[in-house]
Design a protein around this ligand. Structure first.
Ligand SMILES: C=C(O[C@H]1C=CC=C(C(=O)O)[C@@H]1O)C(=O)O
Length: 374
C-alpha cells in the first residue's frame, strides 16, 4: 500500500505522520499514556513497547509540559508506507467550504503591542530571545473537514512533516511543519532547528529578494544562533561526535523561507531513546526563548491564551528507542466545528513589532492555503 492510498483510510482521531522517508497511519489505541512528567513518559513508553518489537507509540507533547499532559498512544493498528511525495502532489485539491466566522486572538494591533513590550522586557531583564504567538479562531457551520484539510496539507508540503494527532477530549492537532526537533536511528541522532524567517512570494523576483534579505539579515542570524547554540549545548553531553555546520542554510516551504542548521551526532549511550532526547531539548528557543525559564514566564505574561499542543512536539518512537519528533508549528487544533490556528515568531532586541505581525500572518498561510483561504 502506498501513502496516497493510506491517506484515504485516515479518519479524524487517527495519527498521521508523513515525512520524506516514510508515512505512518496509526488507528485505534491499545494503550494510552498521559502525564505531565516527560521523563516518566520517557520511561513508561519504551517499557510498554519492550515486549512487542515492531510496535510504535505515537503522539504529542504540549508546549508547557508541566501544565498540560503529554499524550501518547500505542495504536491498535499501525501501518507504515514509503514517502507520500512525489505522488501526493498529484492529489486533486479538495474544495473546503469556508468558515462562518474568523476571530484573531489577540487583535493584530494587540500583538504588535505585545511584541513591543517583549522587546522592552528582553532589554530590561537581560533575555536573548522570546517567541510570541497569536491565534486565529475559525468557526465552521458543521464539523471541521479535518480529513480534507490534511489531504490538502499533504499535497502542498513535499518536505518536512505533515501530521495529525489525537488530543485528549476528542480534539486533534493538524499541521505541516518544516522543523525536526530530534530523530534517532540506532546511535545516529539528527536535529534540524529552524529560526529566522521571510515570506515566500508568487512573484519570483520578490521571492528571491526576500530570500536574499533573510540570508543577509543580522537580526535573523542572531535569532538563529540562539537556537542552534541551545540545540548543540543540549545534545553535546549525549553525543560522542556532533557535526554542526558553521553557517545556517536557507530552506523553504511553499509559504516561508527559513534559516536552518542540520545537526547530526552519534550517541554515547544507545539506551537513550528518541523521546528522552526530545524531552531534553524541548522547549527550544525556536518556540520559547532564551534563557528558557525566563522566556516561558514572559510568554505567559504576554500571550492571552494557553498554547496547548502548539509549539510542542509530535512524533513516534518504537521499541528500540528510535523515533522522530517534529516541532508542532504551522498547525491548528480542531475541536468539532472549531479550529484554532497558531503562528509565532522569535523576538530579539532588534525586532520590529510590525514586521513580526506580518511574519505571523505569513506563517498562518500553511493552514489557510490548505483550506483555500489565502
Ligand atoms: C514559532 C514558529 O516558527 C518558528 C520556526 C521557524 C522560524 C521561526 C522564526 O523565524 O521566528 C520560529 O522560531 C511558528 O511557525 O509558529
Amino acid at each position: 500500500m502506498d501513502a496516497v492510498e493510506l491517506i484515504e483510510d485516515y479518519t479524524p482521531g487517527d495519527f498521521w505522520f508523513a515525512t520524506s522517508r516514510h508515512t505512518i497511519l496509526g488507528s485505534g489505541s491499545r494503550l494510552t499514556f498521559t502525564d505531565t512528567d516527560v521523563p516518566a513518559l520517557g520511561d513508561a513508553v519504551p517499557a510498554a513497547l519492550a515486549g512487542s518489537p515492531g510496535s510504535l507509540a505515537v503522539g504529542v507533547l504540549p508546549f508547557d509540559t508541566t501544565a498540560t499532559p503529554g499524550y501518547l498512544v500505542v495504536p491498535s493498528v499501525a501501518r507504515v508506507s514509503g514517502p507520500a511525495h512525489p505522488s501526493a502532489a498529484a492529489l486533486p485539491r479538495l474544495t473546503i467550504d469556508g468558515p462562518s466566522a474568523v476571530r484573531a486572538v489577540p487583535e493584530p494591533v494587540a500583538h504588535v503591542e505585545a511584541v513591543a513590550r517583549a522587546v522592552r522586557a528582553l532589554q530590561d531583564r537581560g533575555l536573548r530571545k522570546v517567541v510570541l504567538a497569536r491565534a486565529l479562531d475559525l468557526e465552521f457551520p458543521g464539523e471541521v473537514p479535518a480529513k480534507a484539510v490534511l489531504r490538502n496539507l499533504l499535497k502542498d508540503n513535499s518536505h518536512g512533516y505533515t501530521f495529525a494527532a489525537a488530543l485528549p477530549g476528542g480534539r486533534s492537532l493538524l499541521g505541516a511543519t518544516p522543523e525536526l526537533l530530534l530523530s534517532r536511528s540506532g546511535r545516529r541522532v539528527v536535529s534540524h532547528p529552524h529560526a529566522g524567517s521571510a515570506p515566500r512570494s508568487a512573484d519570483p523576483v520578490t521571492d528571491r529578494e526576500n530570500a536574499d534579505r533573510l540570508s543577509s539579515s543580522r537580526k535573523d542570524h542572531v535569532e538563529h544562533a540562539v537556537l542552534s547554540e541551545a540545540i548543540v549545548e543540549t545534545l553535546r553531553p549525549f553525543c560522542r561526535r556532533l557535526s554542526v555546520p558553521r553557517t545556517p542554510s536557507l530552506v523553504s516551504t511553499p509559504t516561508m523561507w527559513h534559516l536552518s542548521t542540520m545537526v547530526t551526532g552519534e550517541l554515547v549511550d544507545p539506551d537513550v531513546t528518541a523521546l528522552h532526547l526530545a524531552g531534553a531539548l524541548h522547549p527550544t528557543p525556536a518556540i520559547c526563548g532564551s534563557p528558557t525559564v525566563e522566556a516561558r514566564e514572559l510568554v505567559g505574561e504576554l500571550e492571552p491564551f494557553d498554547r496547548g499542543y502548539y509549539a510542542g512536539t509530535v512524533g513516534w518512537m518504537d521499541a528500540s528507542g528510535d523515533g522522530e519528533w517534529a516541532v508542532s508549528i504551522r498547525c491548528a487544533e480542531v475541536s468539532s466545528s472549531r479550529m484554532r490556528l497558531y503562528a509565532g515568531g522569535g523576538i530579539v532586541p532588534a525586532s520590529d513589532p510590525k514586521a513580526e505581525l506580518d511574519e505571523t500572518s505569513a506563517k498562518f498561510r500553511t493552514l489557510l492555503r490548505a483550506m483555500g483561504l489565502e
